[in-house]
Design a protein around this ligand. Structure first.
Ligand code: FAD
Length: 394
């Protein structure tokens, strides 16, 4: 078969959630998912894996166990788009056409944009929570650290989960304190951004936390190179372009990220490279049978799985309207959430919309650090993810 009514590209958080919801909502279900990987990852757990709370295997499931019944899994990669012909081509050379397309290809991690990073990663105390095969080395670095400079970086690009670069730093700080070596440690956050966090309400709590725990903030400083053998990092000021070299005894790197190259070079992309999209209906403004969500979508909000939980029902409702020839009524308000772990057993739950207005779930001030919210992140959210969200129930 080379034609499907609905073709979903990517079987990650967004692709599987949309497929599962369509399974419940459509009478005739003619859906295929193109996904090359045999494994699916619950990436939010990687913060706690890097912090030594869980083994990384707990974040991994077989892709085949998550494909909804009746959906066709095409184990291949998308290589090229031809939205003018309602068709894509895969890397194995297959052409597949569709009535409707859902693009859920995630974000591309540009490890090679930092010279020295790929060679150095996984040795010489250079670690990153941003890959399954690297994340346990973060925990090794935290455990073997004996004092000196511990650096944590945040790039100037969009990243998935904007809070994750600092969550691991707070866990590290707490871990060093518990081991009794905190006084020998200089903990530095180097961020290419101009502020610690975008939304004022949560930024205030985080700034207070940073002061209280003695973490040094270095804003507008972009990591541009790593010298793995001399254990040094080079940072460039984003405005003055002045460079400085800083030695480290461990460094956790959040690499720069971008839209997947195949999207960037397609006619579907906006000038910034993401899939162009109406930020409320999640429909492509030029190719009306194309919808997008998740990290690859050009939406002006923070890229998270929590955002996808609110985007998926909008895509599904609007796809159903489009199939019925009705106007698209469902609207996404930019909701996103970032559970910021500030230590072992402590968390502030940031939830906000396109305008940076808090959209909190619980009837208390979520900007305060709480143990209950830590339990939510560590235990309740993974269960919700595997058993409800990916099954199309939440
Ligand atoms: P993904 O889930 O990454 O899926 C993309 C899929 O597309 C993949 O399966 C990939 O194999 C597939 N693909 C790629 N290229 C092709 C191709 N050419 N053809 C076909 N398929 C392709 N979110 C939260 O909500 N809360 C958190 O606390 C949180 N913490 C995080 C911490 C870390 C360290 C990380 C890395 C992420 C975190 N996130 C968090 C973010 C969250 O995991 C992502 O936003 C979410 O998984 C994005 O879903 P997606 O479907 O857009 O992309």
């Amino acid at each position: 078969k080379t034609h499907y009514q609905i073709l979903i590209l990517g079987g990650g958080t967004a692709g599987i959630t949309v497929a599962a919801q369509l399974r419940h909502k459509l009478q005739t279900f003619d859906v295929a998912i193109i996904e090359p990987s045999t494994k699916h990852y619950y990436q939010p757990l990687w913060t706690l894996v890097g912090g030594g709370v869980f083994p990384k295997e707990q974040s991994e499931r077989l892709e085949e166990s998550l494909i909804p019944s009746g959906a066709i899994w095409i184990r291949d990669s998308v290589a090229e788009f031809a939205p003018e012909q309602n068709r894509i081509t895969t890397t194995s050379g297959k052409a597949i056409s569709y009535d409707y397309l859902v693009i859920a290809l995630g974000i591309q991690i540009d490890w090679d944009k930092i010279p020295g990073l790929r060679e150095g990663l996984g040795r010489n105390q250079i670690c990153s929570n941003y890959a399954f095969d690297q994340v346990d080395y973060t925990w090794e670095c935290l455990q073997s650290f004996q004092g000196g400079n511990a650096l944590f970086t945040m790039p100037g690009t969009a990243v998935k989960c904007g809070g994750a670069p600092q969550k691991i730093m707070y866990l590290a700080e707490d871990h060093f304190r518990r081991r009794g070596i905190r006084r020998q440690c200089n903990i530095h956050y180097y961020s290419a951004q101009g502020a610690l966090f975008a939304v004022e309400k949560y930024r205030k709590t985080l700034e207070k936390h940073v002061v209280e725990t003695g973490i040094e903030l270095n804003l507008k400083q972009n990591l541009v190179e790593i010298l793995p053998d001399s254990k040094a990092a080079i940072f460039e000021h984003v405005e003055t372009k002045e460079r400085r070299q800083v030695g480290f005894d461990m460094i956790h790197v959040t690499p720069p990220m971008s839209a997947p190259s195949i999207i960037q070079k397609s006619t579907l992309a906006s000038s910034a490279g993401w899939v162009e999209v109406d930020k409320h209906t999640l429909q492509h403004p030029r190719f009306r049978n194309v919808f997008t969500l998740g990290d690859c979508a050009g939406l002006p909000t923070s890229k998270t799985g929590a955002a996808i939980r609110k985007q998926a029902p909008v895509v599904v409702a609007n796809l159903r309207s489009a199939l019925a020839g009705e106007p698209l009524a469902a609207k996404y308000n930019g909701y996103t959430s970032c559970p910021i772990v500030t230590g072992y057993g402590k968390l502030i739950l940031a939830e906000f919309d396109y305008d940076g207005n808090p959209q909190e779930t619980f009837p208390f001030d979520q900007a305060q650090e709480r143990w209950s919210m830590y339990l939510l992140k560590a235990y309740a959210l993974p269960t919700l993810y595997w058993n409800a969200m990916l099954r199309g129930w939440a």
